[in-house]
Design a protein around this ligand. Structure first.
Ligand code: ZN
Length: 306
């Protein structure tokens, strides 16, 4: 059983599972914020539905200090090290792939990208004829998207303002795992999406081979910024709870390499490109036998009532 601890008032303790409401959890893993300040956090696993989530966790205000790094603005950095160069190359390739997915699964051209960061993806979609809206809580990232890329990007207050049912496609690329009010946000997404619309959610997969290999050093735990550590099974439970069905699951194969590169650094204190690439290959090879084992997965969802 998970014992509720009293921490400083900026930490919040979840006493019920956000997905099934069950009150009993066991410890899944302890890990640190290797990215920033080495603070330690615990991931628990719900004894009923298997949801893995960070608990206790910084509340919505407190968590902002864990994003206070120039490097974290969607990793959109100027530093010219190999990891960042690879990251930017992959991002350029990934934007194109994301757009092709959107084109393949959408029934119309109004797109909402939640957690759009500095706006490169929606800028690409706009160029291709889509009417795009972005939502981004980080003020600097939002300002860049609006001022430099001339994108329509709103702060999170957007979710209280807009009328429901307006979007053909809603995307969350590595965003859902950061959202405190998981149920509130999913309800809002369901209302914002047209009945025939498509929801695309990409999240890390804590059941992947690279997650098992690196254990608490696995970079995609990214504590405490990642509040939820989904698997195909628990993501499906979230979907069903909010009236969605998963139509398809697709891999994000580059994540196995990128996450392995960062995990190597967390584990050994320095980069090891050879071992990271080897582990990326091993992760993808293991997942080729079972597609639910890729490092990160893209879920294509539709409203069940449609
Ligand atoms: Zn549960």
């Amino acid at each position: 059983m998970f014992h509720v601890k009293q921490r400083c008032n900026r930490m919040e303790v979840l006493s019920n599972c956000p997905v099934c409401g069950h009150p009993f959890f066991s410890e899944f893993l302890k890990s640190k914020d290797y990215f920033l300040n080495k603070d330690e956090f615990t991931i628990v696993i719900c004894k009923n539905c298997g949801l893995r989530f960070t608990n206790p966790r910084p509340d919505e205000r407190e968590v902002l200090k864990y994003y206070e790094s120039n490097e974290y603005i969607s990793h959109n950095v100027q530093k010219q090290n190999l990891v960042n160069i690879i990251y930017r190359l992959v991002r350029t390739f990934a934007i194109r792939r994301k757009f092709l997915l959107v084109k393949r699964y959408c029934n119309g051209k109004t797109l909402l990208d939640i957690g759009c960061g500095t706006g490169e993806f929606i800028a690409y979609c706009s160029k291709k004829g889509f009417t795009t809206t972005g939502v981004e809580p980080n003020e600097n990232a939002r300002k860049f998207a609006v001022d430099s890329l001339h994108q329509n990007v709103k702060p999170e207050s957007f979710f209280n303002e807009i009328y429901p049912g307006g979007f053909d496609i809603i995307t969350l690329w590595h965003v859902l795992e950061h959202i405190h009010d998981l149920n509130g946000r999913m309800e809002r997404i369901a209302a914002l999406l047209k009945p025939s619309g498509t929801l695309i959610i990409a999240v890390p997969n804590s059941n992947s081979r690279d997650a098992s290999y690196y254990q608490d050093f696995w970079a995609a735990y990214d504590l405490p910024r990642h509040l939820f550590h989904f698997t195909p099974d628990t993501l499906n439970k979230v979907a069903v709870k909010h009236g969605f069905i998963i139509k398809e699951i697709l891999p994000l194969k580059f994540d196995a390499y990128y996450i392995s590169l960062i995990s190597e650094k967390y584990k050994y204190g320095h980069e090891n490109y050879f071992r990271a690439i080897l582990n990326g290959i091993k992760s993808n090879r293991s997942a080729s036998k079972n597609e639910k084992n890729y490092s990160s997965l893209i879920y294509i969802l539709k409203q069940a009532k449609e």
